[in-house]
Design a binder for this molecule. Structure first.
Ligand SMILES: NC(=O)c1ccc[n+]([C@@H]2O[C@H](COP(=O)([O-])OP(=O)(O)OC[C@H]3O[C@@H](n4cnc5c(N)ncnc54)[C@H](O)[C@@H]3O)[C@@H](O)[C@H]2O)c1
Length: 338
């Protein structure tokens, strides 16, 4: 098979490329390198089964032959991360909505199956209305904050992508699958745009303060990127998944306070854990959700999915990755000096 991965030089996209190439497939990566990097896909530079095009997915002329010449599309390119969204709301909304529009239009013209990446953010504050034992299920209601708070623009742009993808399926019969990722983490994820684990790991390994936003009692469920990638690929080959929305996540819930403690312990760090008000981190009026726990029974039913990584496994893997990078950088510095 030949797959097109939009956003393939990004965090999830590059792991997806590794996985597909490892299975013997051909991959064409398109990415504008705005948050992704060539370093993420460096392993494939000389691989004849991997092509790379640096382009903006909004550029229809560039995208047309790429969509035409593949068998299936994984559409992951988007503006991602709370920090970026607050800084560039127009760019976020336009890229996420128009980008998906371009991909779906081209997929329809060339009749290609598309997996559209969405996010658990679309549930917004829905968990506040549920009992403690309840989980977020795909057909549950969503509760977003006011349009005056641009944080919710990301969720809304991704919800619009979902509506559009499902509309293409309903109206034109285009085979689409929507994947709602829940806090997906692993090696190569950058902390630059506000992702929590890379930031904690960086602070812990440099023995600088680990900054917990808010009171730290908010909780999340972290998904290993390897589990998420496997789920996406399995969904693409599952005929019954077409026209459906899936949570891709893990049900191991951890508060951000406990996460900070685990990272500190596993890194054997002397970092102090400090609390930073949301307002100081993200500006006035910032809203967050207290909990976000996925119901993954639908994913289990359709593809027999079960997460294989615990939160400790994930932290351990990221620490290992971080140490190997620091080791590489030190070796390069030493070589430069000698
Ligand atoms: N990582 C998570 O926890 C998470 C959670 C929910 C949803 N998602 C979704 O998964 C997808 C991948 O996210 P990620 O975590 O790998 O983030 P990422 O920022 O690493 O990946 C996004 C990639 O898209 C590229 N890109 C952005 N705008 C583009 C454009 N206009 N044209 C071409 N390329 C463009 C970026 O350079 C980057 O490589 C996104 O759609 C995101 O919304 C991720």
């Amino acid at each position: 098979m030949r797959y097109l991965i939009t956003g393939g030089a990004g965090f999830i996209g590059s792991h997806l490329a590794d996985y597909l190439v490892g299975k013997g497939h051909e991959v064409h990566i398109v990415d504008d390198l705005s948050t992704g990097s060539l370093e993420n896909i460096a392993a494939h530079v000389r691989n004849k089964r991997v092509d790379f095009t640096q382009a903006n997915i909004l550029d229809r002329e560039v995208m047309e032959p790429l969509v035409a010449n593949c068998d299936q599309v994984f559409h992951l390119a988007a503006v991602v991360g709370v920090k970026l969204i607050l800084e560039k709301p127009v760019h976020t909304i336009e890229t996420n909505v128009e980008g998906t529009q371009v991909i779906l239009k081209l997929a329809r013209e060339h009749n290609k199956k598309v997996l559209v990446a969405s996010t658990s953010e679309v549930y917004g504050k829905a968990m506040e209305n549920l009992h403690h034992s309840d989980q977020l299920s795909e057909d549950g209601d969503w509760t977003l904050g006011s349009t005056g708070k641009s944080r919710w623009a990301y969720a809304c742009s991704k919800a619009m992508d979902e509506f559009l993808a499902l509309a293409y399926y309903e109206e034109y019969g285009l085979p689409v699958i929507v994947a709602r990722f829940f806090n997906t983490v692993g090696p190569r994820q950058t902390g630059r745009y506000g992702m929590v684990i890379p930031n904690f790991v960086e602070s812990a390994t440099s023995n600088t303060p680990i900054r917990v936003f808010g009171d730290g009692n908010q909780s999340r469920c972290f998904t290993a990127v390897a589990d998420a990638v496997r789920a996406c690929v399995d969904l693409m080959s599952c005929d019954e998944a077409v026209g459906e929305v899936f949570n891709i996540g893990s049900v191991e819930e951890i508060t951000i306070n406990d996460l900070a403690k685990r990272v500190k312990e596993l890194a054997r760090s002397t970092s102090e854990i400090v609390h930073v008000p949301y307002e100081e981190a993200y500006g006035k009026g910032f809203e967050d959700m207290r909990r976000r726990t996925p119901d993954i029974s639908k994913l289990q039913r359709f593809i027999g999915y079960n997460p294989t990584y615990t939160t400790d496994d994930i932290i351990g893997e990221i620490l290992h990755y971080r140490h190997s990078r620091v080791g590489d950088a030190t070796r390069v510095e030493r070589a430069a000096v000698s």
